[in-house]
Design a protein around this ligand. Sequence first.
Ligand SMILES: *Cc1c(COP(=O)(O)O)cnc(C)c1O
Length: 499
Amino acid sequence: MQIRYRSTRGGAEEITASQAILNGLAPDGGLYVPTWIPTLTVPMEKLAGMDYREVAFEVMRLFLTDFTDEELKECIANAYDSKFDSEVIAPLHQAGEHTWFLELFHGSTIAFKDMALSILPHLMTTAARKNRITDEIVILTATSGDTGKAALAGFADVPGTRIIVFYPKYGVSAIQEKQMVTQKGGNTSVVGITGNFDDAQTGVKKMFHDKEMQQLLQEKGFRFSSANSINIGRLVPQIVYYVYAYASLVKQGQICPGDKVNMVVPTGNFGNILAAWYAKQIGIPVGRLICASNENKVLYDFLTTGCYDRNRDFILTASPSMDILISSNLERLIYISGGCDGEACRERMAGLSDTGTYSITPEMKKVFDDFYGNYCSEEETAEAIRRCFEDYGYMIDPHTAVGAGVLDKYRKETGDAETPAVVASTASPFKFNRFVLECFGKAGKEEDDFVLADRLSEMTGVALPKAVEEIRTAPVLHDRVVDAEDMPDTVLALLGIRS
Ligand SMILES: *Cc1c(COP(=O)(O)O)cnc(C)c1O
């Protein structure tokens, strides 16, 4: 039976998976959720014998039911290939008797967004073909650093697509900027703007809502789309690696099929941990879902009180991809826990945008009993990095360290110290080498990021990832900088619609 997708706000029609991927956000502003949750019927013993691509196929076919087997296999083959510097795509690294790190950073930008953004472009172009859309798809993205590069790497040279990324010229790290402005691919554009991230974001949103501009694009055979983390084309591929991690533990003889495994996820927008929740729903024996936050601990407060409150200072931390006060993907669980009542969900989200808060009922809280929330301060994050390296000789990045630190708190607080735990390792330490080295007093303020990368490699005995090596000497291919108000004209010029 086909799965259809409906909006969490109840005001849009039910559509197919491929249409939901093309739309991204529902027209009523809600997020698409599957109308029912499928079950993974392939026996665990069999999954344990499969490679990443085969597991991906078994999981994704459950949710993307209007894609043919051939279409899905082709998307998967195009995504999980030699772009990853690990044969197994998502390896597990054991550090401690009951702890494994699931390394999700072996793709082109050495952070976990590659896991979904390497397949999204293929799902999207396949979806366009299925729905007889012949327009070229133009992906517009505003980035504060990481998503932009992962989206560029995913969409580069994918036929039928263009990608234009806007970033705050003076608001990203040197390595992040270098990663973006050296991006190859005839269909990629990277534009710095003189404002901050919010200006870039607002500019992109305005273009998405600009009817006149859309008309103009359509006449020339283009259509806007978004690669944003609420797209189900990003959520579904993320379920795969939780299934794969569990199957890998079975394969290695670390657990028996049916044994519970806790999943620990460094969380920002709630996308990655929601995928772990879906893995549990389709039948993977996941124990607790451990939601790890940094000092922007909105989710910890929400999980302990049932009240979501974004009214607080935004704190810049060493784990910037988790510096988020509105966890967009949480809306899906709010909808589901509220009995799939679109009206009630819409009211809560209106509350969030009007007053910055909403609350859930005790009944709804039951769905969240599977979750455990906690957070790490900056000092606790640094301590987790030091401990992991000193005890196990394994270096982790600050995001992953927030997960490791929270796992520690969970074990102490609940006494549940022996259930195997898988920590989603969301970025390579080489992406955050300055903070990591500072934890050991080994980074000078004036030292160049590439010098630090070499030092980290020496200290850990881990070879410099290709992604860092490549940008060290790569030529700058994008040097356009514009004012935020000139973003639409820039897009039209880049597409050759206006000079
Ligand atoms: C995006 C990101 C996260 C947060 O993931 P969400 O799905 O937004 O919760 C954590 N760590 C890193 C390195 C990221 O890039």
